[in-house]
Ligand binder design. Structure first.
Ligand SMILES: Nc1ncnc2c1ncn2[C@@H]1O[C@H](COP(=O)(O)OP(=O)(O)OP(=O)(O)O)[C@@H](O)[C@H]1O
Ligand SMILES: [Mg+2]
Length: 332
Protein backbone atom coordinates (compact mmCIF):
# COMPACT_ATOMS: atom_id res chain seq x y z
CA UNK A 1 0.00 0.00 0.00
CA UNK A 2 1.23 3.47 -0.88
CA UNK A 3 2.39 5.66 1.97
CA UNK A 4 1.74 9.36 1.64
CA UNK A 5 3.07 12.38 3.52
CA UNK A 6 0.98 15.55 3.24
CA UNK A 7 2.36 19.09 3.63
CA UNK A 8 0.27 22.23 3.96
CA UNK A 9 -1.88 24.10 6.40
CA UNK A 10 -3.66 22.99 9.56
CA UNK A 11 -6.32 25.45 10.67
CA UNK A 12 -9.18 25.87 13.07
CA UNK A 13 -12.20 27.02 11.03
CA UNK A 14 -15.23 28.90 12.34
CA UNK A 15 -18.20 28.68 9.91
CA UNK A 16 -20.67 31.45 10.61
CA UNK A 17 -24.25 31.76 9.40
CA UNK A 18 -25.61 35.28 9.15
CA UNK A 19 -29.18 34.65 8.08
CA UNK A 20 -30.84 37.63 9.71
CA UNK A 21 -27.82 39.88 10.10
CA UNK A 22 -27.79 43.40 8.71
CA UNK A 23 -25.18 42.96 5.97
CA UNK A 24 -25.07 43.19 2.22
CA UNK A 25 -23.02 42.28 -0.83
CA UNK A 26 -21.94 45.38 -2.74
CA UNK A 27 -20.26 45.78 -6.13
CA UNK A 28 -17.11 47.86 -6.14
CA UNK A 29 -14.26 47.76 -8.67
CA UNK A 30 -11.74 48.63 -5.97
CA UNK A 31 -11.96 45.11 -4.55
CA UNK A 32 -10.00 42.21 -6.06
CA UNK A 33 -13.17 40.28 -6.87
CA UNK A 34 -15.20 43.46 -7.65
CA UNK A 35 -17.63 42.55 -4.88
CA UNK A 36 -17.52 42.86 -1.10
CA UNK A 37 -19.44 41.89 2.00
CA UNK A 38 -20.47 45.05 3.76
CA UNK A 39 -21.32 45.40 7.47
CA UNK A 40 -22.75 48.48 9.24
CA UNK A 41 -19.98 50.38 11.00
CA UNK A 42 -20.35 50.89 14.73
CA UNK A 43 -23.03 48.27 15.26
CA UNK A 44 -23.17 44.62 16.18
CA UNK A 45 -24.04 42.01 13.54
CA UNK A 46 -25.51 38.88 15.06
CA UNK A 47 -24.07 35.53 13.98
CA UNK A 48 -27.01 33.11 13.89
CA UNK A 49 -24.99 29.92 13.90
CA UNK A 50 -21.34 29.16 14.54
CA UNK A 51 -19.76 25.79 13.91
CA UNK A 52 -16.12 24.86 14.43
CA UNK A 53 -14.14 22.33 12.39
CA UNK A 54 -10.53 21.58 11.65
CA UNK A 55 -9.37 22.63 8.20
CA UNK A 56 -6.35 23.49 6.09
CA UNK A 57 -5.09 21.81 2.92
CA UNK A 58 -2.49 19.61 4.63
CA UNK A 59 -4.95 18.08 7.09
CA UNK A 60 -8.01 17.97 4.80
CA UNK A 61 -6.15 15.95 2.19
CA UNK A 62 -4.59 13.68 4.83
CA UNK A 63 -8.16 12.96 5.99
CA UNK A 64 -9.19 11.86 2.47
CA UNK A 65 -6.17 9.57 2.16
CA UNK A 66 -6.87 7.94 5.53
CA UNK A 67 -10.57 7.50 4.70
CA UNK A 68 -9.60 5.93 1.39
CA UNK A 69 -7.46 3.39 3.22
CA UNK A 70 -3.94 4.74 2.62
CA UNK A 71 -1.18 5.05 5.18
CA UNK A 72 -0.77 8.78 5.61
CA UNK A 73 1.20 11.17 7.81
CA UNK A 74 0.56 14.89 8.10
CA UNK A 75 3.77 16.87 8.42
CA UNK A 76 2.90 20.32 9.69
CA UNK A 77 2.69 22.63 12.63
CA UNK A 78 -0.05 23.63 15.04
CA UNK A 79 0.01 25.91 18.07
CA UNK A 80 0.44 24.69 21.62
CA UNK A 81 -3.20 25.60 22.25
CA UNK A 82 -6.64 24.02 22.53
CA UNK A 83 -7.33 24.44 18.82
CA UNK A 84 -4.08 22.64 17.95
CA UNK A 85 -5.05 19.80 20.27
CA UNK A 86 -8.50 19.51 18.67
CA UNK A 87 -7.03 19.46 15.14
CA UNK A 88 -4.63 16.68 16.12
CA UNK A 89 -7.26 14.66 18.01
CA UNK A 90 -9.51 14.73 14.95
CA UNK A 91 -6.70 13.63 12.64
CA UNK A 92 -5.83 10.76 14.96
CA UNK A 93 -9.44 9.66 15.08
CA UNK A 94 -9.60 9.60 11.27
CA UNK A 95 -6.43 7.50 11.18
CA UNK A 96 -3.79 10.05 10.15
CA UNK A 97 -0.32 9.65 11.66
CA UNK A 98 0.51 12.88 13.52
CA UNK A 99 3.81 11.85 15.09
CA UNK A 100 5.75 14.38 12.96
CA UNK A 101 3.55 17.37 13.75
CA UNK A 102 5.36 20.12 15.65
CA UNK A 103 3.59 22.06 18.42
CA UNK A 104 4.64 25.70 18.08
CA UNK A 105 5.26 27.26 21.50
CA UNK A 106 4.98 30.83 20.23
CA UNK A 107 2.42 31.00 17.45
CA UNK A 108 -1.22 30.00 17.79
CA UNK A 109 -2.86 27.50 15.45
CA UNK A 110 -3.89 29.16 12.18
CA UNK A 111 -7.52 30.30 12.21
CA UNK A 112 -10.18 31.08 9.60
CA UNK A 113 -13.51 32.84 10.05
CA UNK A 114 -15.74 31.89 7.14
CA UNK A 115 -18.39 34.48 6.29
CA UNK A 116 -21.01 33.17 3.87
CA UNK A 117 -23.42 35.16 1.73
CA UNK A 118 -26.94 34.05 0.77
CA UNK A 119 -25.72 33.34 -2.81
CA UNK A 120 -23.48 30.54 -1.54
CA UNK A 121 -20.27 32.57 -1.94
CA UNK A 122 -18.02 33.37 0.99
CA UNK A 123 -15.18 35.51 2.24
CA UNK A 124 -12.60 34.12 4.64
CA UNK A 125 -10.79 36.14 7.29
CA UNK A 126 -7.61 34.12 7.68
CA UNK A 127 -5.06 34.37 10.48
CA UNK A 128 -1.64 33.05 9.55
CA UNK A 129 -0.60 30.79 12.41
CA UNK A 130 1.85 28.03 13.26
CA UNK A 131 1.44 26.04 10.01
CA UNK A 132 2.52 29.03 7.93
CA UNK A 133 5.93 29.09 9.60
CA UNK A 134 7.39 25.73 8.62
CA UNK A 135 11.16 25.74 8.12
CA UNK A 136 13.46 23.47 6.17
CA UNK A 137 15.58 22.86 9.29
CA UNK A 138 12.62 21.41 11.19
CA UNK A 139 11.69 18.75 8.60
CA UNK A 140 12.58 15.24 9.86
CA UNK A 141 14.05 14.27 6.49
CA UNK A 142 15.25 10.81 7.53
CA UNK A 143 11.73 9.89 8.73
CA UNK A 144 10.07 10.72 5.43
CA UNK A 145 12.51 9.30 2.92
CA UNK A 146 10.61 5.99 2.72
CA UNK A 147 7.37 7.66 1.59
CA UNK A 148 5.96 6.71 -1.82
CA UNK A 149 4.27 10.07 -2.36
CA UNK A 150 4.54 13.64 -1.10
CA UNK A 151 1.23 15.48 -1.38
CA UNK A 152 1.98 19.21 -1.34
CA UNK A 153 -1.15 21.26 -0.55
CA UNK A 154 -1.04 25.06 -1.01
CA UNK A 155 1.90 26.47 0.97
CA UNK A 156 1.77 30.09 2.05
CA UNK A 157 3.52 32.49 4.41
CA UNK A 158 7.06 31.39 5.28
CA UNK A 159 6.16 27.77 4.54
CA UNK A 160 6.34 28.51 0.83
CA UNK A 161 10.14 28.35 1.21
CA UNK A 162 9.77 24.59 1.75
CA UNK A 163 8.49 24.09 -1.78
CA UNK A 164 11.79 23.76 -3.64
CA UNK A 165 13.61 21.75 -0.90
CA UNK A 166 10.69 19.27 -0.83
CA UNK A 167 10.84 18.80 -4.58
CA UNK A 168 14.63 18.38 -4.55
CA UNK A 169 14.46 15.82 -1.75
CA UNK A 170 11.67 13.88 -3.45
CA UNK A 171 13.62 13.79 -6.70
CA UNK A 172 16.75 12.48 -4.91
CA UNK A 173 14.80 9.84 -3.00
CA UNK A 174 12.53 8.75 -5.87
CA UNK A 175 9.41 9.90 -4.07
CA UNK A 176 6.49 10.88 -6.30
CA UNK A 177 4.95 14.32 -5.96
CA UNK A 178 1.34 15.47 -6.13
CA UNK A 179 0.99 19.23 -6.10
CA UNK A 180 -1.94 21.58 -5.58
CA UNK A 181 -0.08 24.90 -5.43
CA UNK A 182 -0.88 28.24 -3.81
CA UNK A 183 -0.68 31.38 -5.92
CA UNK A 184 2.88 32.01 -4.59
CA UNK A 185 3.88 28.52 -5.68
CA UNK A 186 2.34 29.12 -9.12
CA UNK A 187 4.54 32.24 -9.36
CA UNK A 188 7.59 30.18 -8.36
CA UNK A 189 6.84 27.65 -11.12
CA UNK A 190 6.46 30.48 -13.63
CA UNK A 191 9.78 31.93 -12.57
CA UNK A 192 11.45 28.55 -13.07
CA UNK A 193 10.42 28.63 -16.77
CA UNK A 194 8.05 25.81 -15.85
CA UNK A 195 11.05 23.51 -15.25
CA UNK A 196 9.76 22.66 -11.76
CA UNK A 197 6.88 20.89 -13.49
CA UNK A 198 9.33 18.27 -14.77
CA UNK A 199 9.37 16.77 -11.26
CA UNK A 200 5.61 16.73 -10.67
CA UNK A 201 3.70 13.45 -11.07
CA UNK A 202 0.25 14.92 -10.45
CA UNK A 203 -0.61 18.61 -10.76
CA UNK A 204 -4.04 19.89 -9.73
CA UNK A 205 -4.95 23.50 -10.45
CA UNK A 206 -8.15 25.46 -10.56
CA UNK A 207 -8.98 27.34 -13.72
CA UNK A 208 -7.68 30.70 -12.46
CA UNK A 209 -4.37 29.15 -11.35
CA UNK A 210 -3.95 27.44 -14.72
CA UNK A 211 -4.62 30.77 -16.46
CA UNK A 212 -2.08 32.54 -14.26
CA UNK A 213 0.57 29.87 -14.78
CA UNK A 214 0.25 30.02 -18.55
CA UNK A 215 -0.56 33.73 -19.04
CA UNK A 216 -3.87 32.72 -20.60
CA UNK A 217 -7.42 33.94 -20.34
CA UNK A 218 -9.56 31.58 -18.26
CA UNK A 219 -11.41 30.30 -21.34
CA UNK A 220 -8.22 29.41 -23.30
CA UNK A 221 -8.34 25.78 -22.30
CA UNK A 222 -6.31 24.36 -25.18
CA UNK A 223 -3.53 26.90 -24.69
CA UNK A 224 -3.31 26.13 -20.95
CA UNK A 225 -3.19 22.40 -21.56
CA UNK A 226 -0.57 22.69 -24.28
CA UNK A 227 1.79 24.84 -22.21
CA UNK A 228 1.45 22.83 -19.01
CA UNK A 229 1.58 19.36 -20.55
CA UNK A 230 4.72 20.29 -22.45
CA UNK A 231 6.70 20.63 -19.21
CA UNK A 232 4.75 18.44 -16.77
CA UNK A 233 6.12 15.01 -15.89
CA UNK A 234 2.80 13.35 -15.02
CA UNK A 235 -0.95 13.86 -14.96
CA UNK A 236 -2.77 17.20 -14.98
CA UNK A 237 -6.20 18.03 -13.56
CA UNK A 238 -7.91 21.43 -13.81
CA UNK A 239 -11.04 22.20 -11.81
CA UNK A 240 -13.65 24.80 -12.75
CA UNK A 241 -16.00 25.02 -9.77
CA UNK A 242 -19.60 24.22 -10.73
CA UNK A 243 -18.47 23.54 -14.30
CA UNK A 244 -16.68 20.39 -13.14
CA UNK A 245 -13.14 19.42 -14.09
CA UNK A 246 -10.86 17.96 -16.73
CA UNK A 247 -7.80 15.75 -16.56
CA UNK A 248 -5.13 14.69 -18.99
CA UNK A 249 -2.39 12.08 -19.21
CA UNK A 250 -0.95 13.82 -22.32
CA UNK A 251 -2.70 11.38 -24.68
CA UNK A 252 -6.33 11.89 -23.71
CA UNK A 253 -8.49 14.55 -22.11
CA UNK A 254 -11.23 13.47 -19.72
CA UNK A 255 -14.00 15.93 -18.88
CA UNK A 256 -16.38 15.43 -15.99
CA UNK A 257 -19.37 17.44 -14.77
CA UNK A 258 -20.02 18.04 -11.08
CA UNK A 259 -22.19 15.62 -9.15
CA UNK A 260 -25.47 17.39 -8.30
CA UNK A 261 -25.73 17.94 -4.55
CA UNK A 262 -27.29 20.47 -2.24
CA UNK A 263 -24.40 22.77 -1.43
CA UNK A 264 -23.90 23.72 2.22
CA UNK A 265 -20.32 25.12 2.16
CA UNK A 266 -17.65 25.02 -0.54
CA UNK A 267 -14.61 25.36 1.74
CA UNK A 268 -12.29 22.42 1.10
CA UNK A 269 -13.72 21.51 -2.36
CA UNK A 270 -10.33 21.94 -4.03
CA UNK A 271 -8.60 19.78 -1.38
CA UNK A 272 -11.29 17.10 -1.63
CA UNK A 273 -10.99 17.00 -5.42
CA UNK A 274 -7.19 16.81 -5.53
CA UNK A 275 -6.85 14.21 -2.77
CA UNK A 276 -9.74 12.19 -4.22
CA UNK A 277 -7.97 12.25 -7.59
CA UNK A 278 -4.67 10.95 -6.19
CA UNK A 279 -6.54 8.28 -4.20
CA UNK A 280 -8.21 7.11 -7.41
CA UNK A 281 -4.94 7.09 -9.34
CA UNK A 282 -3.23 5.08 -6.63
CA UNK A 283 -6.08 2.60 -6.40
CA UNK A 284 -6.54 1.85 -10.10
CA UNK A 285 -3.99 3.83 -12.13
CA UNK A 286 -6.94 4.92 -14.26
CA UNK A 287 -7.68 8.59 -14.94
CA UNK A 288 -11.38 8.07 -15.57
CA UNK A 289 -11.69 6.35 -12.20
CA UNK A 290 -9.57 9.07 -10.54
CA UNK A 291 -11.58 12.02 -11.87
CA UNK A 292 -14.83 10.33 -10.80
CA UNK A 293 -13.58 9.76 -7.26
CA UNK A 294 -12.29 13.36 -7.21
CA UNK A 295 -15.64 14.82 -8.33
CA UNK A 296 -17.60 12.69 -5.85
CA UNK A 297 -15.26 13.40 -2.94
CA UNK A 298 -15.63 17.13 -3.69
CA UNK A 299 -19.42 16.78 -3.94
CA UNK A 300 -19.46 15.02 -0.56
CA UNK A 301 -17.34 17.85 0.85
CA UNK A 302 -19.56 20.72 -0.37
CA UNK A 303 -22.71 18.96 0.81
CA UNK A 304 -21.67 19.40 4.46
CA UNK A 305 -20.36 22.30 6.52
CA UNK A 306 -16.73 21.63 7.51
CA UNK A 307 -13.97 20.73 5.06
CA UNK A 308 -13.60 17.11 6.26
CA UNK A 309 -17.22 16.31 7.07
CA UNK A 310 -18.51 14.87 3.80
CA UNK A 311 -15.31 13.22 2.51
CA UNK A 312 -15.95 9.74 1.17
CA UNK A 313 -14.76 6.54 2.80
CA UNK A 314 -13.28 3.75 0.69
CA UNK A 315 -16.02 2.12 -1.38
CA UNK A 316 -18.62 4.88 -0.85
CA UNK A 317 -18.12 6.32 -4.36
CA UNK A 318 -19.72 3.18 -5.79
CA UNK A 319 -23.01 4.17 -4.14
CA UNK A 320 -23.30 7.37 -6.25
CA UNK A 321 -25.09 7.42 -9.64
CA UNK A 322 -22.81 7.27 -12.71
CA UNK A 323 -21.14 10.45 -13.98
CA UNK A 324 -20.97 11.22 -17.68
CA UNK A 325 -17.23 11.45 -18.30
CA UNK A 326 -16.20 12.32 -21.85
CA UNK A 327 -12.87 11.06 -23.17
CA UNK A 328 -11.17 12.57 -26.24
CA UNK A 329 -7.76 12.03 -27.82
CA UNK A 330 -5.52 15.08 -27.72
CA UNK A 331 -5.00 16.41 -31.21
CA UNK A 332 -2.78 19.41 -30.66
N1 LIG B 1 -21.34 23.79 -6.11
C1 LIG B 1 -20.69 22.64 -6.31
N2 LIG B 1 -21.37 21.47 -6.42
C2 LIG B 1 -20.74 20.29 -6.61
N3 LIG B 1 -19.39 20.19 -6.72
C3 LIG B 1 -18.67 21.33 -6.63
C4 LIG B 1 -19.27 22.60 -6.42
N4 LIG B 1 -18.27 23.54 -6.35
C5 LIG B 1 -17.12 22.86 -6.53
N5 LIG B 1 -17.34 21.56 -6.70
C6 LIG B 1 -16.36 20.51 -6.97
O1 LIG B 1 -15.13 20.85 -6.41
C7 LIG B 1 -14.12 20.90 -7.42
C8 LIG B 1 -13.11 21.96 -7.04
O2 LIG B 1 -13.75 23.20 -6.99
P1 LIG B 1 -13.04 24.55 -7.48
O3 LIG B 1 -12.76 24.47 -8.94
O4 LIG B 1 -13.88 25.68 -6.98
O5 LIG B 1 -11.65 24.42 -6.71
P2 LIG B 1 -10.77 25.51 -5.93
O6 LIG B 1 -10.96 26.86 -6.59
O7 LIG B 1 -9.41 24.96 -5.86
O8 LIG B 1 -11.45 25.49 -4.53
P3 LIG B 1 -10.83 25.90 -3.12
O9 LIG B 1 -11.37 27.27 -2.88
O10 LIG B 1 -11.37 24.86 -2.20
O11 LIG B 1 -9.33 25.87 -3.26
C9 LIG B 1 -14.85 21.17 -8.72
O12 LIG B 1 -14.16 20.67 -9.84
C10 LIG B 1 -16.15 20.37 -8.47
O13 LIG B 1 -15.95 19.02 -8.79
MG1 LIG C 1 -7.72 25.38 -4.62
Amino acid sequence: MATIVTFGSATWDAFSELEKGDYRVIEDDKFLTKKAICFPLGSKVIIDKLNFFSGGGGTNTAATFAKQGFEVSYLGRVGNDGQGTMVLEELEEIGVDISMVVRDKERPTAFSLILPTPQGKRSILAYRGACHFMREETIPWSSIKKADWFYIAPLSGESVNLFKPLIKFAREQNIKIALNPSISQVEMIKNSDQSLLGDIDLLVLNNEEAALLTDSAINQEERMLKIILESLKGVLAITSGVRGALASDKENIFKAPIAPVTVRACTGAGDAFASGFLSGLLEKNDIEYAIRLAILNAAGCVSKVGAKEGLLKKGEAAEWPPLKIVKNKINF
